[in-house]
Design a protein around this ligand. Structure first.
Ligand code: ADP
Length: 542
């Protein structure tokens, strides 16, 4: 075999911030702090402060391979922690504060976090959990002296870094070392840890920037509303440093009014977040008759983007909604549905329907749909199958777990059911555990919810399969609406979008719907709550 004659260099997370420091020193980051202030700093300053933090952490005893937990919003301090912790060779463990306290306790202990970096919003939570966290040696509050809580144990972030000179060289080490750790929200069982390496993180960031993915460059002005505690804000902190993009960090202010103000003030052109966040933003914009002027694209992932949202962004704001699909185990980017020439040549309504699909694989990710026996299924756009993926930023196992049930011969089983067309367009039908099995046939809860959301005055819809005397399972629809919807009209409306036999037997108006820590409908809770709804009705009818 003839070897290539090229250098072998590690690709490390510290290379990203170093690159920004060297080439985009004056490009800026805006950060909205929990304390209320807005901070504007350059990549030069960010890089310097990251090195100061790395020095502090090293002085406090953080070593290669240690996990350091963060409980924080999207702010420049959290960003500095990303670079400092991983840059040192330790592991940035981002903790989702929206998990139940028992789950947070579980993951901190499972990761054996050596230290915690905590925003002021989560001080009470940390105080409560403190006695149960034996591995945690010290806690740093991400704030300044003026805002410090009284607890003598807590250290002040700004004081700590101010005492370091920041003259520091990032260490070199193999790039297959662990860099960051995220736990999936664990709708069933304990949360599972996904341990990213430096290599996988940098590869993912490079992929995310490309024009066939999110198209991020030095002129981009990006607003990740997706939290840095949810799959590293979809990798945007790394992608921003890689390209020197202007990065806008919204802190804890994720409501429509705050976002709208920030988007206008910073003239952001790329927004990223889950559908619920955009529902809040669109509501605000509609009520106040605001048209977004500078935004080019809104990236939506985490749950299916509804048709009504795709249409409203296009028609009220001239914004293309990029539907993306991914998951924690994929760092998270898997597919994106981009405005290709073929798509843009379609009439608007036909295009919106195409935008409902989750898109094509980003280069580096391979997709396959398979049956229960791991046999490949046809890519005909119709056949439902289990979605499998593989690629350099896909998990090969879970952290400190011997559960191999999702891994098969080099593939990861996503737990999603999907269709694929011959030209590689993937559409999620449902999560495996949410697809409704009625009389041996499958019904997509996502399609039904989507159809309901285009009916007037329905704000949110949730469809679950629940036990049924005759069919095994039948769909039940819950809606959040301004008033009781006209059942007949709603059924006729659904029939225009889905097969008649898919239409839920009952449609129930509810005040609100439960959500998971990552903003998804908690179908498990709904199923539990309505478990015997049809069975009870059956016995009443008999
Ligand atoms: P968690 O379960 O902790 O929220 P993830 O964020 O990793 O974890 O969730 C990944 C799952 O979210 C995917 O497997 C898929 O079911 C769902 N998902 C992500 N993006 C989309 C999308 N665009 N459309 C439909 N479902 C999506």
């Amino acid at each position: 075999m003839m070897q290539g004659l090229m250098m072998k260099r590690h690709v490390l997370i510290s290379d990203l911030i170093q690159h920004a420091e060297l080439h985009y020193a004056s490009h800026t980051i805006v950060s909205c702090l929990v304390e209320g202030a807005q901070v504007r700093l350059t990549y030069r300053e960010l890089a310097h402060r990251s090195k100061q933090l790395a020095q502090s952490l090293a002085r406090l005893g953080v070593r290669h391979g240690d996990c350091v937990g963060t409980l924080a919003w999207n702010t420049h301090r959290h960003l500095e922690a990303y670079f400092a912790i991983s840059g040192l060779g330790a592991i940035t463990h981002t903790i989702n504060p929206r998990l139940f306290p028992e789950q947070i306790e579980y993951i901190i202990n499972h990761a054996e976090d050596r230290a915690l970096l905590v925003d002021l919003s989560f001080v009470d939570l940390v105080r409560t959990l403190r006695p149960m966290l034996p591995s945690v040696r010290f806690i740093i509050i991400l704030s300044d002296r003026d805002h410090m809580p009284p607890d003598p144990e807590f250290m002040c972030y700004e004081d700590l870094i101010a005492s370091e000179h920041g003259d520091f060289s990032w260490p070199d080490f193999p790039d297959d070392q662990a860099a960051a750790l995220c736990y999936t929200s664990g709708t069933t069982g304990h949360p599972k840890g996904v341990l990213y390496s430096h290599y996988s993180t940098v590869m993912h960031a490079m992929a995310a920037c490309r024009n066939d993915a999110l198209g991020i460059g030095p002129a981009s002005r990006i607003l990740p509303v997706v939290p840095m505690f949810h799959v590293c804000a979809w990798g945007t902190p790394y992608a921003a440093a890689l390209t020197g993009a202007h990065l806008v960090l919204p802190g804890p202010f994720l409501d429509g009014a705050s976002l709208s103000k920030l988007i206008e003030q910073e003239r952001t052109d790329l927004l990223l977040g889950v559908p619920t966040v955009w529902l809040g933003l669109l509501d605000h914009l509609r009520q106040h008759k605001i048209r977004l002027a500078h935004v080019r694209q809104v990236v939506v992932g985490g749950s299916a983007a509804p048709l009504a949202m795709i249409r409203e962004f296009a028609e009220s704001h001239g914004i293309f909604l990029v539907h993306a699909w991914g998951m924690t185990e994929l760092s998270p980017l898997g597919t994106v549905n981009l405005p290709t020439p073929e798509l843009m040549a379609l009439a608007p309504e036909a295009r919106y329907l195409q935008q409902l699909k989750q898109g094509r694989a980003v280069f580096g990710i391979e997709l396959a749909i398979m049956d229960d026996n791991h046999q490949r299924l046809p890519h005909d756009g119709k056949t439902f199958g289990k979605l499998y993926v593989r690629g350099p930023w896909v998990a090969s196992s879970y952290f400190r777990s011997d559960d191999r049930s999702s891994f098969h011969e080099g593939w990861f089983c996503t737990g999603d059911i999907a269709t694929m067309t011959a030209d590689g367009m993937m559409q999620i039908v449902d999560r495996d555990k949410d697809v409704i099995k009625s009389g041996g046939e499958w019904i997509s809860s996502i399609d039904l919810e989507n159809a309901a959301l285009s009916f007037p005055d329905i704000h949110e819809a949730c469809v679950v399969g629940i036990p049924h005397q005759r069919w095994g399972e039948r769909p039940l629809m819950l809606v959040v609406a301004d008033h009781e919807p006209d059942q007949g009209a709603l059924r006729d409306h659904l029939a225009q979008h889905v097969a008649r036999w898919w239409i839920p037997d009952r449609i129930v108006l509810v005040e609100s719907l439960p959500h998971t820590a990552t903003g998804k409908l908690s179908k498990k809770t709904v199923r539990e709550q309505f478990q015997d709804y049809y069975l009870r009705q059956h016995s009443e009818e008999v």
